[in-house]
Design a protein around this ligand. Structure first.
Ligand code: RIB
Ligand code: CA
Length: 315
C-alpha cells in the first residue's frame, strides 16, 4: 500500500469545490496538508466560510484553512453566483460552528509546508490561480519540492465564462500566465473533461438519504445544481482530485500551451497547440510564450463518479 499522497488544495468554494474538498478530506490515499482559499466563484469571505463549513462537516477540523487573495492580480472580480448561489454554496447558508482559518500569510504558510515536506507535494488548484501565482513569485524555491500542479482550468476547445475562456483562467489571466510559464509540471484538467464525471438523480437521492452528514450536504448541493442545470450533474472540480488519486482514469497528451492576457475577446483563453506538424513549422510560427502541459483530453467518467461516490458514501 503506497503512503498517502501529500496535497495542498486551492479552492474558491463553490459548489463543485465542495465536492472536491469532501473527496480530498475523506480519501485514504491523500494527505490533505492545507486548503488555501481564493476569490473566484464568490467573494473570499464566502469562500473561507464555505470551506470551513465543508471541512468541519467532514470532521476535518485538523486541516489548516488559509485566507489567500481577495482579488485577481490585474482585473476586477467576476463572481458566478447564478451558478453557485448567493452564498456560493447552493444557498445552504451553512456557517462554521467553531472552525477558524489560520491567522498567517497564505503564501508563507504554503511555502513552509512545501519546503519541510519529506515528499514532493502535489498542488491541486480548482480555482483562479491568483494564490499559486503569488506563491511562485514570492517563494520560487518551492518549485523544487512540488511533484506536480493539477489545475482545474483552461480548455483545448471552447470556453464557459466566455466563448473562448474557461472561468478559472478568465477570472485571473495574469496569474494563469505566471503559473503556465513556470517550470512546474502541470496537468490541465480543463473543460474537455470537466463535464464528463456525472451524478444521476439516483446518486443524489442516495447521498441525501445517507446517515453521513457530509454525504447529505453533498446531496443537497447536487440537488441545487440539478434544479438549475438538470440531470446528470457534473462533479466538476472533484474530477481533478480523482485524477491525482487515479491518474489512469485520465487520458492526457502533452502540448505547448499559452494563456491569452490581451483585453480582447480571447482574454483568458488557453491556446493549446495541437498541430501534429508544429515542430516542423518555422520557429516564428511556434506558439509564443508557451510551455508543454499535460492536457486532459478524455476521462473515464464512470470510473471517477464511482470513486467519488464510494468515498463519500462510505467514509
Ligand atoms: O470552469 C469551471 C470552474 O469554474 C470550476 O472551478 C467551478 O468551481 C467554477 O468556478
Ligand atoms: Ca472552483
Amino acid at each position: 500500500m503506497n503512503s498517502p499522497i501529500p496535497i495542498i488544495l486551492d479552492v474558491d468554494t463553490g459548489i463543485d469545490d465542495a465536492f472536491a474538498l469532501l473527496l480530498a478530506a475523506k480519501h485514504p490515499g491523500l494527505n490533505l496538508l492545507a486548503v488555501s482559499c481564493v476569490d473566484g466563484n464568490c467573494p473570499l469571505v464566502n469562500v473561507v466560510s464555505n470551506t470551513l463549513s465543508v471541512l468541519e462537516t467532514a470532521g476535518r477540523m485538523d486541516v489548516p484553512v488559509l485566507i489567500g487573495a481577495n482579488k485577481p492580480l490585474a482585473s476586477e472580480s467576476n463572481y458566478a453566483l447564478a451558478v453557485h448561489g448567493t452564498d456560493g454554496l447552493g444557498n445552504l447558508n451553512l456557517s462554521p460552528k467553531s472552525m477558524k482559518p489560520v491567522d498567517a500569510d497564505a503564501s508563507e504558510f504554503m511555502k513552509d509546508l512545501i519546503l519541510k515536506s519529506a515528499e514532493p507535494i502535489t498542488l491541486i488548484a480548482v480555482a483562479p490561480l491568483t494564490n499559486i501565482a503569488l506563491l511562485f513569485q514570492k517563494f520560487p524555491e518551492v518549485k523544487g519540492n512540488i511533484e506536480r500542479l493539477v489545475i482545474m482550468g483552461g480548455s483545448a476547445s471552447l470556453g464557459n465564462a466566455t466563448a473562448l475562456a474557461e472561468f478559472n483562467i478568465w477570472h485571473d489571466p495574469e496569474a494563469a500566465q505566471i503559473v503556465f510559464s513556470s517550470d512546474v509540471e502541470i496537468t490541465m484538467y480543463g473543460l474537455d473533461v470537466f463535464y464528463d464525471v456525472h451524478l444521476s438523480a439516483i446518486d443524489i437521492r442516495k447521498l441525501q438519504e445517507s446517515e453521513l452528514l457530509p454525504a447529505r450536504i453533498a446531496g443537497d448541493i447536487g440537488a441545487f445544481i440539478a434544479n438549475i442545470l438538470g440531470y446528470p450533474i457534473t462533479l466538476g472540480d472533484a474530477g481533478a482530485v480523482c485524477a491525482v488519486i487515479d491518474p489512469l482514469g485520465l487520458k492526457v497528451e502533452r502540448f505547448p500551451t499559452a494563456v491569452i492576457t490581451d483585453k480582447g475577446a480571447a482574454r483568458g483563453m488557453t491556446v493549446v497547440d495541437r498541430r501534429p506538424y508544429r515542430d516542423t513549422v518555422e520557429n516564428e510560427r511556434a506558439l509564443a510564450d508557451s510551455k508543454d502541459v499535460d492536457v486532459a483530453l478524455g476521462v473515464d467518467g464512470a470510473r471517477y463518479s464511482k470513486l467519488w461516490l464510494e468515498t463519500i458514501l462510505n467514509h
